[in-house]
Design a protein. Structure first.
Ligand code: SF4
Ligand code: SF4
Ligand code: SF4
Length: 318
């Protein structure tokens, strides 16, 4: 059965397209594997009945906006995704006036790998969240499972319960902000010696296979030619040799300074379970500490790396 959010999404999308208020709706549709979802790009109001919304809708769809800068776009956004939209507006990568933000209520998204171990996608008919339980309906009946056992990693510490920016709310949620400190692990690591931190970084990165899925999923990674793909000069080899892996991640993380919103898209995309947020989170903490800045908070505030002030902290300059 269709959820109220799904029903409203289909109606609103059909209306926006048929009245030509937008040229394109970026949302979710069923994938090829059972209950699984994939991004949907709908231009014809007759196709809006393909749109779905369920707890597997984890992709941060704002990553696709760069490819559609010439269009008026409506986009489905969870509360954390709206922070990415704010980041792109702050960096003048998208025009606010060309965008219609359809904000969905969020109770957390489910990690498909964790769910698969419990209920294979092809046998699952529907998923719903009620209080702290995930209700899984399969061919064999209903199963209730504690939500915390199935949430995506970023959702376990999420404090964002409302969209930062929106044009239409497709529903409401009663979710309370998590009380767990999302930076706890990062603060422990930051207290260690530089040698210990380097060893931690090398050990974590040794899992990386340089597939670049984290970069591809990141809304803040929008350079026309990424340094990874540049051939003149060639900055690094595309191998899983640890030195190439280190150069890739260190350079990308520096590029995230004052820009990472902590959306978790990179974590969800990584096939090897590399804990990237241990390091990008430190960069977010530094932006707070040095510049009192949180990426994705306010479209009117300029990011620290786009502005200059004589009072900027400068103890890190050589
Ligand atoms: S991080 Fe927060 S807003 Fe984003 S999907 Fe998870 S629970 Fe929802
Ligand atoms: S680095 Fe990861 S958490 Fe940060 S904005 Fe990019 S995808 Fe989101
Ligand atoms: S997605 Fe994971 S494995 Fe792929 S490059 Fe990023 S960290 Fe490495």
């Amino acid at each position: 059965m269709m959820s109220p959010v799904e029903q409203k999404l289909q109606t609103v999308a059909a209306d926006l397209l048929s009245t030509e208020k937008v040229d394109l709706v970026i949302a979710y549709e069923r994938g090829t594997a059972g209950i699984g979802v994939r991004p949907a790009f709908i231009c014809d109001p007759a196709n809006t009945d393909r749109l779905v919304y369920n707890p597997l809708c984890g992709h941060n769809l704002s990553v696709y906006l760069h490819r559609h800068k010439d269009k008026k776009v409506a986009i489905v956004a969870k509360p954390c995704d709206t922070r990415s939209l704010v980041g792109l507006i702050q960096e003048r990568q998208i025009e606010r006036d060309s965008l219609t933000i359809l904000a969905v209520p969020c109770e957390g998204v489910i990690d498909p790998t964790r769910l698969e171990a419990l209920a294979p996608a092809e046998k699952t008919r529907s998923l719903a969240i009620e209080n702290d339980q995930l209700i899984i309906e399969t061919d064999n009946g209903q199963q209730h499972t504690p939500l915390k056992d199935l949430l995506s990693p970023g959702c376990c510490t999420c404090t964002i319960t409302e969209p930062v920016i929106s044009d239409q709310l497709l529903g409401t949620s009663n979710r309370q902000p998590c009380k767990t400190d999302e930076f706890a692990q990062i603060k422990v690591l930051a207290e260690k010696t530089s040698q210990d931190r380097w060893e931690d970084f090398c050990a974590e990165m040794s899992k990386c296979i340089t597939c670049f899925a984290c970069r591809n999923a990141c809304p803040a990674c929008y350079c026309t030619t990424c340094f990874v793909d540049a051939s003149g000069p060639k900055w690094l080899g595309k191998t899983d040799d640890l030195s190439d892996v280190q150069i890739f991640h260190i350079t990308r993380m520096v590029h995230m300074a004052g820009r990472c919103t902590g959306c978790g898209a990179c974590l969800r995309a990584c096939p090897m379970g590399v804990n990237l947020q241990k390091y990008t989170g430190k960069i977010r903490l530094d932006a707070r500490e040095f510049f009192d800045f949180e990426a994705g908070d306010d479209p009117e505030v300029k990011p620290p790396l786009s502005t200059y002030s004589e009072s900027d902290p400068n103890e890190f300059f050589m």
